[in-house]
Design a protein around this ligand. Sequence first.
Ligand code: G3H
Length: 252
Amino acid sequence: MRRPWVAGNWKMNGLRETNALLAKGLSLLAAEREIDICVAPPAPYWLQVVDAMEGTGVRVLAQNVSEHAGGAHTGEHSVSMLQDCGLAGALVGHSERRQLHGETDVVVAEKFAAVRKAGLQPVLCVGETLDERRAGETLSVVSRQLLAVLESQGPDAFDGAVLAYEPVWAIGTGLTATPEQAQAVHASLRAVMAAFDADRAGQLRIVYGGSVKAGNAAGLFAMPDIDGALVGGASLDAQEFLGICHAVRQRL
Ligand SMILES: O=C[C@H](O)COP(=O)(O)O
């Protein structure tokens, strides 16, 4: 039984006042003890949200982290800073980081290693573009992105980690992969992991991201290999996010 996992990636949204309102709305999640629930606010608001979520069981993640331990890296933040602020982990390799900030598979793997070595939870994001899907390259792309970590760090690197499948064409577009499309990719990713370690493959939580809403979550979570969701836009609305978190309970 894999414990369901849902995270809200707030991306570059929110100010102190709206964060406080959203956090207050999420305080109802204190009842969801059988599910792992996280939020990833922008870095300037980590401490605000860590304080606001205290006692709820909701954990706070970074949206990105440096692969470097410290030093002359203007604009970056290290895993030590995440730990110091009370964060539980970090997303690595989100498609917006790969596409807009040129992060390669190698850099993403280094970030993953940095998070893991600090004892925090890495969330590895993989996904294909629309052109890649149309060219029939979906499985080769997501496998390559997963293998960049698996081959360099081994399957035990995924102990406690989460793998997020986020088709780029479904992010923020309103286009959601059908449950069957997502399930097919999730099953393939699990098979890639199984070639290294079958037991760990069975335990790995693979979550879906891409226009997940309260209204389409149940269909996704009914699939055997969809263990939760990485939610963008809908996580900015407390009722929508609560609805997604309630929907994932069907997997318990
Ligand atoms: O990290 C979240 C994903 O990019 C999904 O975003 P979205 O739910 O707005 O499509």
